[in-house]
Design a protein around this ligand. Structure first.
Ligand code: PLP
Ligand code: COI
Length: 355
C-alpha cells in the first residue's frame, strides 16, 4: 500500500441541487449529490482520478460489463457528528472486500489507499450533503466495471471506477415479515456469493418480487444444496439471539462477509455475549421461535442497518416474534452503533475515518 497523495482533478458543479433537496423526503438511492468521482484503468494502471458534476457518462454499447456482468460494487456511509465533523465508517473493510470481488471477477486491484482517498475526497467536496438527523447518513456507492468494447468472453483490459453519493434515511421503516426461500438460490458453492458482484443482485430480483407478491418484505436465503440452512436476509446478513447467544451463519463462498455483521459481532463480544458463527439450520430457528428462545432476529447491513424481523413464515406457520421496540439486544446494538457513528461515544475500535 502506498501512502502518496492521490492526484484528483476537481471540477466544481456550479448548479448545486442541495438547496432544493428535501432531506425529510429521501427514498433510498434516488437522490444523488452534486458530484461523482471517476477514474480509469488502462495500460495496467489506475489514472485520471477526477471529481466532476454528477451526470451521464458516454460508453460504448459493446462494453463487456453490459454483456457479461463483469461489475461489482461497495456500500458504506458517512455520518455527521454533533460538532459538525464528518466520518466514514470502516472504509478499510470495504476497500478489502472490493478487492476480493475484483479478484473473483478478474478485475484489477484498486489499492486500498486509492479507494479510501477517492472516497475521502468526494465526501469532503460533498460535506454539506451529509445529513445530521439520527438514522440519516450519506450513502457511498463505489463500483467498478469492465469497459473493453469487445464481445469475447474474456476479462477486460480496461475498467472504470466510479463513486456516487446519496443522502439517505432508513432503508426499512417497519419490522420485516420474512419467509425462508427454499426454491431459488442466491449463491452456490464455488460461485461468487461472497463477492459484491452485480450479478448476485440481478439473480435476486425475481425471487424478491415473488416474495413481495406473496406478502413478504424479504426472504431468508438458504443454502443451494439442501435449502435447510439460513444464509442471508435479502441484501443483509442475518443474526439471531437464541438462548442469549448471538448465532449467525459463518461466512463462506455463498455469504457476503458484511462489515455490519463484523461490527455487531465485535460489540457483542465486548459485552460478554457468546457468539456462534456456524451453519444455522432452519429447524433450529423455527424451534427456537416456537419455544420463545428466539428473543431477537434481525438483518445487519450498511443500507439495512439493524433491521428487526417481526415475523417468520415457515411452511405456512406464522411465527410472530416479540415486539421489536421491547428487544433489549438489537436496540442496544442500534443505539451503540449510532452513538459511535455520530461521534457521541468513544470510538474504541477506531472505526470512524474522519474526513
Ligand atoms: N449481504 C448482502 C448480500 C449484501 O448486499 C449486504 C449489503 O451490503 C450485506 C450482506 C451486508 O454487508 P455490509 O454490512 O458490509 O453492508
Ligand atoms: C448495502 O447495504 O450497502 C447494500 O449494498 C445493499 C444494497 C444492495 C441496497
Amino acid at each position: 500500500m502506498t501512502t502518496e497523495t492521490l492526484d484528483i482533478k476537481i471540477t466544481k458543479n456550479t448548479q448545486s441541487r442541495l438547496a432544493q433537496t428535501d432531506f425529510s423526503q429521501l427514498t433510498f438511492g434516488h437522490t444523488f449529490t452534486d458530484h461523482m468521482l471517476v477514474a480509469d484503468y488502462a495500460d495496467g494502471e489506475w489514472k485520471n482520478f477526477e471529481i466532476l458534476p454528477y451526470g451521464p457518462i458516454a460508453l460504448s454499447p459493446a462494453i463487456s460489463s453490459l454483456h457479461y456482468g463483469q461489475a461489482f460494487f461497495e456500500g458504506l456511509k458517512a455520518y455527521r457528528h454533533a460538532d459538525g465533523n464528518v466520518s466514514v465508517f470502516r472504509p478499510d473493510k470495504n476497500a478489502a472486500r472490493f478487492n476480493k470481488s475484483a479478484e473473483r471477477l478478474c478485475a484489477p486491484e484498486l489499492p486500498v489507499d486509492m479507494f479510501i482517498q477517492s472516497i475521502a475526497a468526494l465526501v469532503d467536496v460533498e460535506r454539506d450533503w451529509v445529513p445530521a438527523a439520527d438514522g440519516y447518513s450519506l450513502y457511498i456507492r463505489p463500483f467498478m466495471f469492465a469497459t473493453d468494447p469487445y464481445l469475447g468472453v474474456v476479462p477486460s483490459n480496461t475498467y472504470k471506477f466510479i463513486v456516487l453519493t446519496c443522502p439517505v434515511g432508513p432503508y426499512f421503516t417497519k419490522p420485516l415479515r420474512v419467509k425462508f426461500e427454499t426454491k431459488y438460490t442466491r449463491a452456490a458453492e464455488g460461485g461468487f456469493g461472497f463477492a459484491k458482484a452485480a450479478g448476485n443482485y440481478a439473480g435476486s430480483m425475481l425471487p424478491s418480487r415473488k416474495a413481495v407478491e406473496e406478502g413478504f418484505d424479504q426472504m431468508i436465503w438458504t443454502d443451494s444444496k439442501e435449502h435447510q440452512y439460513a444464509e442471508e436476509l435479502g441484501a443483509a446478513n442475518v443474526m439471531f439471539l437464541i438462548d442469549g447467544k448471538l448465532v449467525t451463519p459463518s461466512t463462506r463462498d455463498t455469504i457476503l462477509d458484511g462489515v455490519t455483521r463484523d461490527t455487531v459481532i465485535a460489540l457483542a463480544k465486548d459485552w460478554g455475549i457468546t457468539v456462534e458463527e456456524r451453519r444455522v439450520p432452519i429447524t433450529e430457528i423455527v424451534e427456537a421461535a416456537r419455544s420463545g428462545k428466539l428473543t431477537d432476529a434481525f438483518g445487519a447491513g450498511t443500507a439495512a442497518t439493524i433491521a428487526p424481523i417481526g415475523a417468520i413464515n415457515y411452511e405456512g406457520e406464522e411465527l410472530t416474534l416479540s415486539d421489536p421496540a421491547s428487544r433489549e439486544f438489537s436496540n442496544r446494538l442500534l443505539n451503540s452503533l449510532n452513538d459511535i457513528r455520530y461521534g457521541r461515544a468513544a470510538d474504541t475500535h477506531s472505526w470512524n475515518y474522519m474526513i
